[in-house]
Design a protein around this ligand. Structure first.
Ligand code: NAD
Length: 382
């Protein structure tokens, strides 16, 4: 039986052939670490058209993850479906022994994310969120600069955009917080190495907005180190556009550092500005980490248990806004989400795992994939 390591380029099934699925397929045509074996979508005509448009020749197309993987020899899954479909798609893949790299947001709610932690516990498979905006050379340089500031007082980020994206985003209740701010909140965890303690938020929809839900928000997040994150954003602001990565400033005991969200990092503390790190960026970066984790057995960034906290920041903001800006404590939110997960879950084996946790905090502290030295067998099962 061959192992993943013997394969050269890891054969993948890409699930979801929409706008972002197309970006993944295009990137994969030149990837040194993986190749497309199969494409899955509920809409077979769309899947065939996307495969043709990106110039892929011989790939298996179908509507079922397990069936396409079996026919194509795919050994892992990239889930690029809409957020509501992530849990069922990831469940089908993990139960078929296929590790999954899932587009953000891994789940629309923390309760759904916790059900997927339990599923990962149960199957022993790797489930990782693709938080692709962590993989930027300039962001790594900004993290280095922020790390030299000493204790942090305030981290500030602003995101102002004019986004026209007909489809699920323009119908969401929170197109900024749920679809976009998840990137920035996750980047905050990466940059500071600190976790969220509590969230306050005010979200609204400007009168001229073409979104159905709240396209604008201000958010304040307390971090474990005592610093405050101050965030302002909007997706319906046609002027002075920021980077998709937002514009950042951090102030600490030894100085300050800024990042324009693109290539410019400034460290105002000792006259040396850090240089951007080299390496694959964006979705190619998250793919490299996923495949590297399968080869090495190391726990990747944004393995599902860790990613729960990025989702919790978003849900905390949404909840705070609904409560008129009340302070939402992340620890309390996690425990309420576990109660919801227990109420929603219908699979007895997943329920048994959830019931076995003493708390949600205990659940996300369970040993992550890669923390046990078990070898990877063919098909991604361990
Ligand atoms: N990382 C980024 O910067 C970035 C950018 C854009 C989108 N995304 C994420 O990518 C995901 C997809 O976004 P999109 O814009 O491509 O959406 P989309 O609506 O264009 O495409 C989603 C596709 O998934 C298919 N699908 C839905 N349910 C399915 C199921 N159960 N099985 C198989 N196929 C199914 C749909 O038929 C559709 O073709 C979302 O999670 C989104 O947040 C990430």
């Amino acid at each position: 039986m061959s192992s993943i390591q013997d394969e050269g380029r890891l054969p993948l099934a890409v699930v979801g052939a929409g706008a972002m699925g197309r970006e993944w397929l295009r990137m994969l045509t030149t990837s040194p670490v993986a190749r497309v074996a199969g494409v899955v979508d509920l809409d077979l005509d769309l899947a065939a058209e996307t495969v043709r448009a990106v110039g892929l020749g011989d790939v298996v197309i179908g509507t079922s993850v397990a069936e396409v993987a079996a026919r194509s020899g795919a050994r892992a899954v990239i889930d690029v479906t809409v957020p509501q479909a992530h849990r069922p798609v990831n469940e089908e893949a993990l139960r078929a022994g296929l590790p999954v790299l899932c587009e953000k947001p891994l789940a629309p709610t923390v309760a759904e994310a916790l059900r997927q932690v339990a599923l990962a516990d149960l199957t022993g498979g790797l489930l990782m969120a693709s938080q692709s905006r962590r993989y930027l050379g300039a962001l790594a340089a900004y993290r280095t600069a922020v790390g030299r500031l000493g204790d942090l007082a305030t981290v500030h980020a602003q995101f102002f955009h004019e986004d026209h994206e007909p489809g699920f985003r323009e119908q969401m209740a929170h197109p900024l917080l749920v679809d976009m701010s998840i990137h920035h909140f996750d980047q905050l965890r990466y940059v500071t190495g600190q976790e969220p303690v509590a969230v306050r938020c005010d979200s609204w929809n400007p009168a001229w907005s073409w979104f159905a839900g709240d396209a604008s928000a201000t958010v304040q997040i307390e971090l474990t180190g005592g610093a405050r994150f101050s965030y302002a954003g909007s997706r319906c602001t046609p002027g002075l556009q920021t980077s998709f990565n937002a514009e950042w400033r951090a102030y600490g005991e030894r100085g300050a550092a800024s990042w324009d969200g693109e290539t410019t990092v400034v460290a105002d503390l000792d006259g040396t500005d850090p240089k951007a790190a080299a390496g694959p960026e964006g979705i190619a970066g998250s793919l490299a980490e996923f495949v590297g984790a399968l080869h090495s057995g190391r726990t990747p960034q944004n393995e599902v248990r860790s990613n729960v906290l990025s989702i919790a920041m978003v849900e905390g903001a949404v909840r705070s806004s609904a409560l008129g800006g009340e302070r939402v404590v992340i620890g309390d939110l996690l425990e309420e989400a576990l109660a919801q997960a227990l109420a929603d879950e219908r699979q007895e084996d997943v329920l048994a795992v959830l019931r076995g946790w003493t708390s949600a905090a205990d659940g996300i502290a369970t040993p992550a994939w890669g923390s046990a030295p078990a070898p990877i067998a063919a098909g991604g099962a361990r």
